[in-house]
Design a protein. Structure first.
Length: 296
């Protein structure tokens, strides 16, 4: 009886294991299907944008719509770059300068501030951090656009790139993000050990904090670059005659009709730098996570 009971228990456990393995396989297959569907759904607008950019305006309004690229992409790109009213090349250069400058500034300042709030103790640091976080509750661009524009007029900066660079050099969300990330990635004991060894605060930030928070810096850099690159309202107001890329795309629209091909072609060109930045910083994110996994 004892032997039969043991055999029955073994069979029951084996049966449960087989069912569990099957359900795990089903869950994995369902996950893969859902991920594939999500990727296709996310990539389709980009694919559709390229299709229209390689077609004519008559193809853009056809029913059913075309699903394969045409052969006029090169000609449409030449039309966009040659449009004197849009100043598309100027817009690309201006956006690259503004987005790069702001991204570098935000990442560096936020990383230093995050290290200070997370691992340095000074009088009033909690109150100061709370004040910074409270600024995130107020839509500064919408509420402060009139006084900010008056300030730019008084400084005679209208039409100049510093008018769209200066207001974005510091980001409250970046400070909050890097503060939280530094608390998780940089142990307090490591900072204290470096101080005992005689390292200065700047040396600790450069040699210890920066390598540890590299994935967080990459995430902040991607978000900031995309935010500044896609900004439209403030450059439209303050940069008269000296557009960024989003304003240049808006200028591609015809006066009495919508030129879909020109708009989609300009949008396609404007997306290329974002993809390159994501690939570059995405490698930094993956590299930092893999490095942390190896150390763990």
């Amino acid at each position: 009886m004892t032997t039969l009971t043991v055999r029955n228990d073994v069979k029951k456990r084996a049966g449960r294991g087989g069912g569990s393995g099957s359900s795990m396989w089903d869950a994995t297959l369902l996950t893969k299907v859902m991920l594939a569907f999500t990727i296709i759904l996310s990539a389709f607008p980009i694919y559709w944008m390229i299709i229209i950019a390689s077609r004519t305006n008559s193809d853009a309004v056809d029913t059913p719509p075309p699903l394969l690229p045409g052969g006029t992409l090169g000609e449409n790109i030449r039309r966009v770059l040659a449009d004197e009213d849009a100043q598309f090349i100027t817009g690309l250069v201006n956006s690259a300068i503004v987005a790069t400058t702001v991204t570098v500034s935000v990442v560096i300042i936020s990383t230093m501030a995050g290290f200070a709030f997370a691992r340095l103790r000074f009088k009033g640091h909690k109150v100061l951090l709370l004040a910074i976080l409270m600024t995130m509750m107020v839509p500064l661009q919408q509420m402060g656009i009139v006084p900010l524009y008056r300030l730019m007029v008084e400084l005679e900066w209208t039409g100049q790139l510093q008018a769209v660079i200066l207001p974005y050099l510091l980001n409250a969300f970046g400070v909050f993000l890097m503060t939280q990330y530094t608390e998780q990635a940089v142990p307090a004991e490591l900072v204290e050990a470096a101080r005992v060894d005689g390292a200065s605060t700047l040396r600790i930030w450069w040699n210890i904090v920066l390598p540890a928070v590299r994935p967080g810096m990459a995430v902040l850099g991607i978000n900031t670059f995309m935010l500044i690159w896609n900004d439209f309202m403030w450059p439209l107001i303050v940069l008269a005659g000296n557009p960024t890329v989003q304003v240049a795309i808006r200028n591609l629209n015809a006066q009495h009709s919508t030129d879909y091909v020109m708009i989609f072609t300009g949008t396609t060109l404007s997306v290329v730098p974002l993809i390159l930045v994501f690939i570059l910083f995405g490698r930094q994110i993956i590299g930092g996570l893999m490095e942390g996994a190896v150390k763990a």
